[in-house]
Write a new protein. Sequence first.
Length: 531
Amino acid sequence: MQPGMRHYTGLDDPARWSLLDALEEQGTLYADEPWIQMTDGPALSFGAARADAARIAGYLNALGVAPGDAVILMLPSGLDFVRAWLGIGRLGATAVLLNPELRGSFLEHQVRNCGAALAIVDATLLDVFREATRAIPTLRRICVAGGTADPAELADFAQWVDATPWTGARPRYLDTFCIMYTSGTSGPAKGVVMPHAHCTLYGIGTIRCFQLGPFDRYYIVLPLFHVNGLLMQLGATLLAGITAVVRPRFSASGWLADVREHRATVTNTLGTLAAFIIAQPPSRADRDHGLRALLNAPNPPPHEAAFRARFGVRDVLSGFGMTECNIPVWGRLGESRPGAAGWTHTEHFDLIVADPDTDAPCAPGEVGEILVRPKVAFGFMREYLGLPDKTVEAWRNLWFHTGDAATLGADGLVTFVDRIKDRIRRRGENISANEIEAALATLAGIAEVCACAVPSGRVGDDDEILLAIVVAADAGLSRESIAAHADQVLPRFARPRFIRILSELPKTSTGKVQRAALRAQGADGAWDRGQ
């Protein structure tokens, strides 16, 4: 360990992989040191976070929550979210983290599936939450945060400040900490049951990847109800004993100003967010910051080139992972591989790329499915909640099947290609929908694009390609001009036959495009440009 390091001392001991144990240590040794700084003002020290978690645990216990019980958390990113999440963990209960954008049947399914009796809900979401869950008998009480509650039927989360701190045992590494729901693009969302060790390993991977040191400051703009913002980033800052700068909602125009003002040295983005940042008007101040490294997933070569050349970021990395299987693939500082995910984190994971039908390993460079398994107990999800058949199906032949296509080079480099089910076979070629979309996105005026396979209509023939396009307002693009651009940027076998212009793409509650819905529509009503 380097001089001045404040890393949690249990990083190399899987039996101590618990963010609550890390909070106990950091909150004792560095009680007055800043941990979280919100860009909109409030801050939280390590010591205050430790004390607040114990008091919230006591408050929840007084409401009838026992260790092992599920508690729904539906709050925006902020200190209330962090305190409640840690308080649930300190009690040894399970935090069910719901997207605040959920509505209707999507919300009802997740609340019903988790079986929680108590929900902590932001006041601005209360009406939506109650409308969706009024018929769920297991949900017996709602605790309202950020607003006034009717004491006759609702609990007031603000009352935690007067509660008696919980002094019971902290949870073990093998106990369940969180349940997060997958997007459910091909069916109802599945609850991923996540042990404490699994939740902690995300941050350990980040520390190893970024080589986080005592002078780093992590800028977090991704939502805290997902693993990237909460566990890869915020969890890593707790384990490393460094400051996290949290913006409640991403702002492309405010991104660089925040990085500069708060002296951030590392951050994570996603492909869409990166595109928004890069689309901001260039400025002479683009290099006026201290950002040394950025994790962008996926990381297309144009994005990496822009972050390096325009913004002067020394290291632009990527990775691959899922809520279910942690982050088994990371980039490396000083080893630029634009477009690739990185290398397997072999200390904690096995990974192969295999034929999706036989599970036989593919030859180097051949496209197949990413299969992963952990080397450390409880470093993966425990199960899909209430879905033993889906759990067993995902673990066929003792490998977790990610459903993602990739290549594995002779040097171990993993390059993500596409979702297996989103690959298109046309004229004898396997085509990546992502590659088509990236090429079409270079045409000015295209706001969003999704490529998918549709039946050719000829018996025994391969697929045809359909493009679903959202055109920016006043762009003046026609189907013919889009087709002409596709002919310029795509190989012949990857050129779309059908084009459908839409006002918006169908999406899940987490913002993922529902390709299955577009495929189900087929080519009916789409413009057919012929073969």
